[in-house]
Design a protein around this ligand. Structure first.
Ligand code: 5GP
Length: 201
């Protein structure tokens, strides 16, 4: 029987560095496949349609929900974000490990559908640092930043529902810790699979 891939979810509040950690991880981890999400938010300068996100209209997103095409989705700051299910299931069935980089409402939906998924919660070192990161990256208006920080307080209450929590204070250390955790989970699953298949006389 084909061994299934592992579904990893990297989640946490906006500004904790999910995107940066994920990018660094994928550069080091050739055997990890990033799922490309769909969103209704506008494409920003520097982003690549089909690579950063699949940019769709509200109508299209809602028909994808109605057709059961979304593995999970959430409304975040007025826009929909979601993971198209088919491509993720296909990769997992081919034995490939998949990474989702999503916000916590979606991560908790994934946990219900795939209880075996490995959920990593990235923790900001402090609320002050988080606010500084959001301000310095200059992508959101002051009002959006205030909204994101408000959402963060709820998101932090969900951290204990994850498989593990990793603090992102120093990027290099954080990426190293995430990679070590991924490899630990892979080794555990391989050991369990070997035990299941072990022949006894
Ligand atoms: P941004 O607008 O900054 O690209 O993303 C806003 C938030 O949506 C981030 O926390 C990001 O991780 C999250 N996000 C991106 N794609 C998805 C997705 O497919 N599902 C969910 N639930 N959240 C997502």
């Amino acid at each position: 029987m084909q061994k299934k891939g592992i579904l990893f979810v990297l989640s946490g509040p906006s500004g904790t560095g999910k995107g940066t950690v994920c990018k660094a991880l994928l550069e080091k981890e050739r055997e990890l496949y990033l799922s490309v999400s769909a969103t209704t938010r506008e494409c920003r300068i520097g982003e690549i349609p089909g690579e950063t996100y699949h940019y769709v209209t509200f109508d299209r997103f809602e028909s994808m929900i109605a057709n059961g095409e979304m593995l999970e989705y959430a409304k975040y700051n007025g826009n929909y974000y979601g993971t198209p299910g088919e491509s993720v299931r296909k990769l997992l069935n081919e034995g490939k490990d998949v990474m989702l980089e999503i916000e916590p409402q979606g991560a908790l939906q994934v946990k219900k559908i795939f209880p075996e998924a490995v959920l990593i919660f990235l923790v900001p070192p402090s609320m002050r640092v988080l606010k500084e990161r959001l301000v310095n990256r200059g992508r959101e208006t002051a009002e959006e930043i205030a909204q994101r920080l408000e959402t963060t307080r709820w998101e932090l209450t969900q951290a204990d529902k994850y498989t593990t929590q990793i603090v992102n204070d120093n990027l290099e250390v954080c990426v190293h810790e995430v990679m070590a955790y991924l490899n630990k989970k892979r080794a555990e699953q391989e050991m369990i699979a070997a035990l299941i298949n072990e022949k006894l006389d």
